[in-house]
Design a protein around this ligand. Structure first.
Ligand code: FMN
Ligand code: EPS
Length: 382
């Protein structure tokens, strides 16, 4: 299974084509839209989110809500397009070329992108580099979650820290009450301090990053493989999280903390009971050993850098005049860690779904379920 996305931040729409989904999978549009709404939410978002109301439209691959096994095309319209038509016109008619962007923002793709693609208008870079693209990635991940749900596999992104404020991390998936917390953090006691941190950053024209974790429950042992570097599921999960704009670190299980502990405090001992089969009493490995799922929950964390667009801007140099400047900024998120947690959830769901298809693949969902149940039977007898 694979997908490609397309679309600029202020273009008409974002699209994605997923190829390789089994036929016969019911897609609940309301589930996709719910995840899209969550990605738009969370405390700390800026003015753009008041304009957009992300909803998915399916252009191909579905009949009567069931997948056909043919490519599934997803579309999310940009409402802001109305305000940008003259600047973003794909034809050569109305393009307003006097509004070129020549001032690269530190922390963005602006300068390296302009150098690489030989662009004198940085808009030709920033439109695609924008995290607006993560809207359609979330829709793709939500479709993956529809597949995972048929196998009892659940995925949830939870915020662990906003800037320096850490909440108590839960190792388990929570219900919808998680989203009553404006930071999607399981620790309600931390919410007040988190809010204060974001408000303070906003007041000072600054921004904040943070940490989120993604938990996967119900995953069978045996997804991913040790036999080749690019088949190791830990590496694939890290790549997919790292590809989210502003993610600068990924750790699995104990992660970096494990580096300073002796081995006796890190490795999870193996136990056996006839009812449970093989199991571990600890999960420091975060559900992955040798690039293969070991049957425990997958626990993976990602660190997000602070939003690079600051209201009190950083120094930079104009690409045409070569003069230094400090750009005035109109709107930006102050903190988007809760949104990134939802993007992370979608990214992890996608990778797990791909690994599930690799192991139990079939052209129809029923075929996959037969393979899956057969495997579970085999594990019980082993
Ligand atoms: C959900 C989300 C929202 C974001 N919102 C903004 C924003 O409003 N302003 C901004 O400057 N960067 C924002 N970013 C971060 C930039 O897109 C990102 O830092 C930039 O594209 C450079 O990529 P890099 O940080 O991975 O190097 C956001 C990122 C995510 C995941
Ligand atoms: C549009 C989204 O996020 C955007 C990501 C983003 C960036 O530079 O990455 C910059 C902002 O866009 P704008 O410049 O239009 O205000 C954010 O709003 C979104 O998450 O849907």
């Amino acid at each position: 299974m694979r997908y490609l996305s397309a679309g600029e931040s202020h273009g008409q729409a974002l699209t994605a084509i997923i190829e390789g989904l089994p036929a016969g999978l019911k897609i609940h549009k309301e589930n996709i839209d719910e995840l899209l709404k969550r990605r738009q939410g969370g405390y700390g978002r800026g003015g753009r989110m008041a304009i957009e109301q992300d909803r998915v439209e399916f252009l191909s691959g579905l009949r009567g809500s069931l997948t056909l096994g043919s490519p599934l095309t997803l579309l999310i319209r940009n409402k802001d397009w109305e305000n940008w038509q003259e600047i973003m016109a794909p034809g050569d008619g109305a393009l307003l070329t006097e509004r070129v962007v020549t001032k690269p923002r530190p922390g963005h793709a602006d300068l390296p992108g302009a150098l690489k693609y030989r662009q004198r208008d940085i808009r030709n870079i920033l439109e695609r580099a924008s995290a607006r693209e993560t809207a359609v990635r979330v829709a793709v991940g939500a479709v993956a979650q529809e597949l995972l749900a048929a196998f009892g596999i659940r995925v949830q992104g939870q915020v662990v820290a906003i800037g320096p404020v850490r909440g108590e991390a839960s190792g388990k998936i929570m219900g919808r009450e998680l989203y009553d917390n404006p930071f999607y953090c399981p620790d309600n006691n931390a919410a007040e301090a988190m809010r204060e941190a974001v408000d303070q950053a906003r007041k000072e024209g600054d921004s904040l990053g943070g940490v989120f974790q993604v938990i996967v429950e119900g995953v069978p042992p045996g997804l991913g493989s040790h036999v080749q570097w690019d088949r190791r599921l830990d590496g694939r999960l890290a790549q997919s999280l790292m590809s989210i704009p502003a993610i600068k670190g990924v750790e699995i299980g104990l992660g970096l903390e494990g580096a300073v502990l002796p081995g006796s405090q890190v490795h999870d001992e193996i136990h056996y009971s006839p009812e449970r089969g093989f199991y571990h009493r600890t999960n420091h490995a975060g559900g992955l050993e040798g690039g293969i799922t070991n049957g425990e929950n997958i626990v993976i964390r990602a660190a997000m850098k602070p939003i690079p667009t600051l209201l009190s801007p950083l120094n930079s140099v104009d690409i045409l005049s070569k003069e230094p400047f400090q750009a005035a900024v109109e709107r930006s998120d102050v903190c988007a860690v809760p949104a990134a947690a939802i993007v992370g959830e979608a990214a992890v769901a996608w990778e797990i779904a791909v690994a599930l298809l690799e192991k139990f693949g079939g052209d129809h969902l029923e075929e996959m379920l037969v393979n899956y149940n057969h495997y579970l039977e085999y594990l019980k007898k082993w």
